[in-house]
Design a protein around this ligand. Structure first.
Ligand code: SAM
Length: 277
């Protein structure tokens, strides 16, 4: 039994679409360019991306993974809920086709793609099993599916820095629509179980290191507010004194990660790959 409030899928999807539409430029500069794209090679290797392959990039955001797949010669379709993210993706990678759509209700024929990838999208879907089933449906037999998700704060100093500080000095209970758990698919066993139960074979799960970099400790909190939908909202919706205490604590904690090149905070993600039988 869990006491988590029920998720209103449509309300949550609306929140996601509005949130990412608002921060699209900031997300592109601070997160996609510098953070999430660090795992692109591992994802594309995982699905054996190659020239001539039809590849679908679900929740493609501003198109960095799509662009790397195009560099390998793949024929790429990118899909995202936010048109503002896609405007940036189209200018980054004119060779790919970018379409607005819902990961949980793909508007493609069954068996259209030889690979489906989803970089840090799965944690944003209210019904991830539905999104996984849709990815399986649009894959050809023998095609690969890969997704990534953050590991939880206990394994992930960056997430601990943000969320641990909110828990100490503020509250996670801000007025946001009930959301799916952020770190469900950062648990390797959960990924294996879910992909196998969804019908995938040859399931493999790998932990990948990722670094979050900032010029100064003072940049951490404003950057996350300006570039992230859910984490940014959790931070910006704290009351005045809580917000000040959280900001001070994040600055102090971030100083411990100072290097000659600025602030480098370790983090990690789980990459899950499965094959359609
Ligand atoms: C954290 S971003 C990841 C973007 C990109 N894959 C990357 O690695 O930088 C999550 C993306 O999921 C998109 N998204 C959220 N819910 C979605 C849904 N139901 N269907 C399609 N895209 C969705 C958001 O608009 C956002 O672009």
């Amino acid at each position: 039994m869990t006491n988590d409030p029920p998720i209103d899928s449509e309300a949550f999807k609306q929140f996601e679409r509005d949130g990412f539409s608002k921060v699209a430029q900031g997300y592109d500069r601070a997160i996609a360019a510098q953070v999430t794209s660090q795992v692109n090679k591992a994802i594309l290797d995982g699905v054996e991306a190659r020239a001539g392959m039809r590849l679908l990039d679900v929740a493609c955001g501003t198109g960095w993974l799509s662009a790397d797949a195009v560099k390998r010669g793949a024929i790429v379709t990118g899909l995202d809920y936010s048109e503002n993210m896609l405007v940036i993706a189209r200018s980054r990678c004119p060779e790919a086709e970018f379409q607005v759509g819902d990961a949980e209700n793909l508007h493609f024929e069954s068996g259209e793609f030889e690979a489906v990838v989803c970089n840090f999208g799965i944690l944003h879907f209210p019904n991830p099993e539905t999104a996984i089933a849709e990815s399986l449906r649009v894959l050809k037999p023998g095609g690969y599916y890969a997704f990534t998700c953050w590991t939880p704060p206990a394994h992930n100093p960056f997430m601990d820095l943000i969320l641990g500080t909110v828990q100490t000095y503020g509250t996670m209970d801000v007025n946001l629509p009930p959301a799916p758990p952020l770190f469900r698919f950062g648990d390797p066993d959960e990924c294996k179980k879910t992909l196998s139960a969804s019908g995938f074979t040859l399931v493999s799960v790998t932990e990948l290191p990722i670094k979050w970099t900032f010029s100064r400790p003072e940049d951490v909190m404003p950057t996350i507010i300006a570039s992230s939908a859910r984490l940014g909202s959790i931070l910006s919706m704290q009351t005045g004194q809580q917000r000040q205490d959280i900001e001070n604590a994040i600055i102090e904690r971030a100083k411990k990660y100072a290097t000659d090149d600025g602030i480098e905070i370790p983090s990690s993600a789980v990459l899950s790959v499965g094959r359609k039988p």
